[in-house]
Structures are given as structure tokens and as C-alpha cells.
Design a protein around this ligand. Structure first.
Ligand SMILES: O=C(O)/C=C/C(=O)CC(=O)CC(=O)O
Ligand SMILES: [Ca+2]
Ligand SMILES: [Mg+2]
Length: 391
């Protein structure tokens, strides 16, 4: 039997208990919970076959009463003796994509980001479109190219045309960018023809991850009118491996900024689902930005309500991105197109002047939030290296 020790300053204490899918040299992908620097094999500790699966989907589909029960069981059991065979060091495991991604929708919920991108993409128009403060604007992304942290990203090629070019050309993106976001995962869906209200959020949303919505700005700028992002974003989206349960975010809940005009009734709820999550964006080892989630205009509960308001089904494994998280300050911008003002204002990265991402660059986004009693909880990180086009 093993007694798991949790370092006093751990971001993975009993307040957190995030779920992930891990493998070891002797056994394939299965569900584990992170406790300090250990990963506990849940099928071995709890005996539920849902945890012997290579994704969290079977467990997530069991619903909130079961999520609450399992969290309580874990909290009780991991402070005692845990069977040796159920405990692994985080350094000895390989992490996998934690969920089978069903549908993927990405929103645009930061007013600072939307205003900055409006200025950059549409300099002659009002930065915010007239709909922006009435509904959480989003688009459907590509679920099959959602990958876990650590997966290399190959620079995409595509069609691009700068305003000064006579004709479009096809080739590797020259303006490869990140978008620092949070991703929310649906545990229990809703049938086609029904909808989820903002105050039903916790019955449906299982938890959250960090998400990097890789974006090829040159491909995007040429293709997006009038239907929105497509190939400029569909080549890859990275998520962190540990899914922080919604229950662990209780102490992080805050009100969204005042929403004026008042949203329509289907977007109104009694519960606060703004979240006080602090992100950090690292570029080749240098922190270049610290986006604050707490200022996001639209809450994840409103995004899920909006997604289902027309009767569209929601499914176990649906993933929705918050949209790029940018705060009001320059060093709080969650995309390099904003941070460098479309390349006009390079930033210093590891001693070099940089605008967009170069081959071989490594980007890591980490995040923490308040836990209980003044402690903090961590989301870990989403990290990836860029390989040359055609690799
Ligand atoms: O305003 C635009 O045309 C483009 C906006 C984006 O690229 C942002 C996007 O993907 C949504 C977001 O992450 O906030
Ligand atoms: Ca995005
Ligand atoms: Mg993407």
C-alpha cells in the first residue's frame, strides 16, 4: 500500500483532483486522477469499468450525482492507503487526449480581444459588430484535429492573399499564431429539440481545460468573409491533458462584467459563471502575456445556453472554447497578432525580436485559479512545438 504525499504548495491538492487519461509502459490508456505528483488509476482504486476506458466519456455520461460521489470517494480514499498498483508518478506516465471530442465550437467572448481583432481585420468598420453584445458569437470548429498537449503542430499551408497581392498563392502560413483560451467539456448533453438554460450549466458541464486555438492569420484573413474561420483554424487545436472538474472551480466563480444591454431572457441566469482563472503564455521559455479569464464578457453557461437555444443537441464530449482571452493591458493579450499589433510591434522572445511563430518555436499556456482556504489549483499546461510545413 502507498500513502500519497501532497507537497504543501501543490497546485494539485485535494481541492483540485483533475481527471485525465494516462498510459504506462505495461498498460494502455485509462482514466486517472492527479493527486500531488501522483496519478491514481481509478479503475484499480474504485473498481468501476467506466474508468478502464481510453477516454473520460463513459464516466462523464454518468452525470453530476455520480461526479459528486466519485469526487467524495477519491477525497476519502487518497488520504489513506492506496494499493501500490494504482499509484504512478506523473513522471512515469504518458498523457493522452482525455475525451473523445464530439462537436467543437469556439466562441469570441473577450471584449478586449474582439475589439482588437475588429480593428486589425476591419480597420474601416466599427470594431464590434452590432450583434456582439447581444449574443456570444461563435463558429463550429473541427473536432477531429483537437490534440493533446505535447503533440507537435505542423505549420499549415493554405491559400492567402495580402491586400497588395494581385492574386492568391498557396503555401506555408507566414502568420502562424496562438489563441489562449479555456475549453469547457460537456459531460451530459441534451436531446435535439431541447435547450439548456444558464442555471442548468453545472448539470451538463463536466469540467475545463486550457485550449490553444492555433490560427493561421494570413489564411484566415483571406478566407473568412462572409462565413467566418475555416481552414485558418481547422488544422489543429491543442488542449491540456487534465480536466479540472467544475466542482473544483467553486472558489473561482465570479460575476461577469456588467452586460449592457441586458441579454435576452434565454441568456440570463441567477448563477455567476465568470471564472477567476489566471493564464500565462510562454514563448520559447519567456512569459510574454498573462491573460485574465475573469474579465470575459460572456460566461461559459451563456455559451452553452446559446449553443442549444435553437434546439441543437448537445453531446457527451462536446468541447467549447471561450474564445481568446485578452485583458485591457498589452501584456494581457492572448494572441500574438494582438500582442505585436499584426507584426508592427515585435516583442522580445528569448533575446530575439518576434512577431509570428517560427518553425521550432515552443508555446506553453498554463493556468491557475483560487482553490479553497487561500490555496491555488492548477490546470497544468498545454504545450506544443511547431514543425515546418510538410513535416
Ligand atoms: O474578428 C475576426 O474576424 C476574427 C476573430 C478571431 O480569429 C478570433 C476567434 O477565433 C475567436 C476567438 O478565439 O476569440
Ligand atoms: Ca479562437
Ligand atoms: Mg483551432
Amino acid at each position: 500500500m502507498t500513502v500519497i504525499s501532497i507537497p504543501a504548495d501543490s497546485l494539485f491538492g485535494l481541492d483540485n483532483l483533475p481527471y485525465g487519461v494516462f498510459s504506462t509502459p505495461d498498460a494502455g490508456p485509462r482514466v486517472g486522477v492527479r493527486v500531488g505528483d501522483s496519478v491514481v488509476d481509478l479503475a484499480k482504486m474504485l473498481g468501476d469499468a467506466a474508468f478502464a476506458q481510453p477516454t473520460l466519456n463513459a464516466f462523464m455520461a454518468q452525470g453530476r450525482p455520480r461526479w459528486v460521489e466519485v469526487r467524495a470517494q477519491i477525497t476519502d480514499l487518497v488520504v489513506g492507503d492506496v494499493p501500490d498498483a494504482a499509484v504512478h508518478s506523473v513522471d512515469d506516465v504518458t498523457m493522452h487526449l482525455p475525451i473523445a471530442v464530439a462537436d467543437y465550437v469556439d466562441f469570441y467572448a473577450s471584449e478586449n480581444h474582439a475589439t482588437n481583432l475588429g480593428r486589425l481585420f476591419r480597420p474601416d468598420a466599427e470594431p464590434l459588430m452590432p450583434n456582439w453584445k447581444h449574443l456570444p458569437v461563435g463558429y463550429h470548429g473541427r473536432s477531429s484535429t483537437v490534440v493533446v498537449s505535447g503533440t507537435d503542430i505542423v505549420r499549415p499551408s493554405g491559400q492567402r492573399k495580402a491586400p497588395t497581392d494581385a492574386a492568391p498563392t498557396f503555401g506555408p502560413s507566414l502568420r502562424l499564431d496562438i489563441e489562449a483560451e479555456m475549453g469547457f467539456i460537456v459531460g451530459v448533453g441534451s436531446p435535439m429539440g431541447s435547450s439548456i438554460s444558464p442555471d442548468e450549466f453545472a448539470d451538463h458541464c463536466f469540467g475545463a481545460v486550457i485550449l490553444n486555438d492555433w490560427s493561421a492569420r494570413d489564411i484566415q484573413a483571406w478566407e473568412y468573409v462572409p462565413l467566418g474561420p475555416n481552414l485558418g483554424k481547422s488544422f489543429a487545436t491543442s488542449i491540456s491533458p487534465w480536466v479540472v472538474p467544475l466542482q473544483a472551480l467553486d472558489a473561482a466563480r465570479v460575476a461577469t462584467p456588467v452586460q449592457d444591454p441586458t441579454p435576452l431572457p434565454y441568456l440570463q441566469g441567477e448563477q455567476d459563471w465568470g471564472l477567476d482563472i489566471d493564464l500565462a503564455v510562454e514563448w520559447n521559455g519567456d512569459v510574454v502575456s498573462r491573460p485574465p479569464y475573469a474579465g470575459m464578457y460572456w460566461s461559459p453557461s451563456q455559451m452553452l445556453a446559446h449553443t442549444t437555444a435553437n434546439g441543437a443537441a448537445a453531446s457527451t464530449g462536446d468541447l467549447f472554447g471561450s474564445g481568446t482571452i485578452s485583458g485591457p493591458e498589452k501584456d494581457q493579450r492572448g494572441a500574438f497578432i494582438e500582442l505585436t499589433w499584426s507584426g508592427a510591434e515585435p516583442v522580445e522572445v528569448a533575446g530575439e525580436q518576434r512577431t509570428f511563430i517560427q518553425d521550432g518555436d515552443e508555446i506553453a499556456i498554463s493556468a491557475t485559479a483560487p482553490g479553497h482556504a487561500g490555496a491555488r489549483i492548477g490546470f497544468g499546461e498545454v504545450r506544443a512545438r511547431i514543425l515546418p510545413a510538410g513535416s
